[in-house]
Structures are given as C-alpha cells and as structure tokens.
Design a protein around this ligand. Sequence first.
Ligand SMILES: [Mn+2]
Length: 279
Amino acid sequence: MTIKQYIEPVVIISDVHVKSTNGWKGQIDGLRRLWAAAGTVVFNGDTVGVREASDGTSAEKILTYISEQCAKDGAEAVFLAGNSDYFLDVAKHLLLAEGRILITHGDAIFPEMSPWWDEAHLYLAARDSALRKMPQELRSTLEGQLASARKATAELAKGNSCENNNSSFTGRIKKKLQSWLAKPRKGWAIAQTWKTMPSMAAKFTAQYADGVKFIIIGHTHRAGVWRVADKIVVNTGSFAGFGQPVIAHFTDGKLLVQKLVRRQDEFFPDKTIASFSLL
Ligand SMILES: [Mn+2]
C-alpha cells in the first residue's frame, strides 16, 4: 500500500457539520485558528450534511471555500467521507505514520452505523447485502468494510428521499409523534453507543487493520481518548450544537490530543489531554 506523504503538522478534526443556512462562511472562518500552524488539515467526515446549502451553494463549493481558507493559512485540506456526506467523491480513510495511525469517520465500526437511529435495522440489512455482493476476499478487508458502509448509507438515502417527497401532512405529524415517543429509548441507545464505542473501534481495528495502533474517529459526537488492549482510540467529537470537540495533532512522530475552547463563534486550541510517541 502506498501512503501519501502529508505535510506536518497534520491536524485532524471531525463532524464540522457546516450549517446549511446563511452563517456557513462565518462558521468555517471560526475554525481557522485550528489549522493556523498546520501543514495538513484532515476533515474526518460529516464536514457537510447536505448536498446544498439554503443559499444554493453545493456541498462541493463549501468544501472549496474551506480549502481556500486553509490554503490562505498555509495548510492543505484533505476531506474524508462520513455518513452524512457519503456522496462526496473522496476517500473514507487515511493512514498516517507508516500505517500506524488510521483516520476514518467511524460509522463503519458499528454494524448498524448509528445504533440509536430509528432506521438502524434497515441499514444493517443494506450493509449486509453490500458485503454479500462483494468478492469474498474483499469482505474482510478495511477497504471492503468501508465500501460496504458507504454503499449502505447511499442505499438508505435513496429510499428516504422518495419517502420525503411523497409524505403527506398527517404522515409527517405521525412521524414527529413517533420520534418524540422514541426519545427515552433513543437517549438510552446513545448512552449505550458511547459506552461501547471505544471497544467497537478497537475491535474493528484489530479485525480489519491490525497493524494500526491508533484509530482516530468522530461520528458519535463524543470526544475522548481510550486505551483498549493494545489499541488507542481517539474520538475528536463534533462541532455541531453544544459539542465539545478536540483536535488530534501529529508531528515529528508525536500524536497529541488537544482540547478546544470556544469564544463566541471561534475555536482555539487549548490544553493537551493526551500525548503519545510513535518513535
Ligand atoms: Mn457521522
């Protein structure tokens, strides 16, 4: 496998979830301090959640704007696909440090993608079918697993957009009611997912990328660093809502995880909460 040389320091963030409303440029500008000293910024999935913002700007154009802001600050932006922006024509993972660090959004580590989700069972079936259609030797590889996750997400999105177009007013009310009723169950499912996420990430790494020591993900919107057996799991969290994201920072054989502070609409790197030497 060939690994591209990325200019260090490499900064990794996830789940920016750029707003689809007018404030999207300001939101991106508020992140510039995060890559001020970086050579490369990896946006580890769910950077955008919609194909088009309300002002008509496409997801691809929003990414171009992000790339331009990074370039102004001397950093190259690298985008990976998450489950919300599965449609982007970009990779779903990246290996750093001679393959010892795996960066991927994290939806693929759960067979159901988002176990708290109402349609988890549909996704599970779609993922299963995508895997069954794959040549056997590909199924148990990292690439095969990630491809099946992306395929299942795309399958489901296709189904949902038909449903939305045809849904009646009473149908929509019914759906809303159902989602309110499901709230306590959902809260429990999210808490369960947060609990199992480190072990699921470590298991996924051991199964499909065993040479990897560090797996850096996002997706569950809960930031943190965990050691599970011989793997280190880093979750960089999310910028959506009241999320408390962190950044991972790789340079000179050292991996740091840094807290961020938010002042109004701007994020600034703060205390280092974990540091690892890969040398
Ligand atoms: Mn996600």
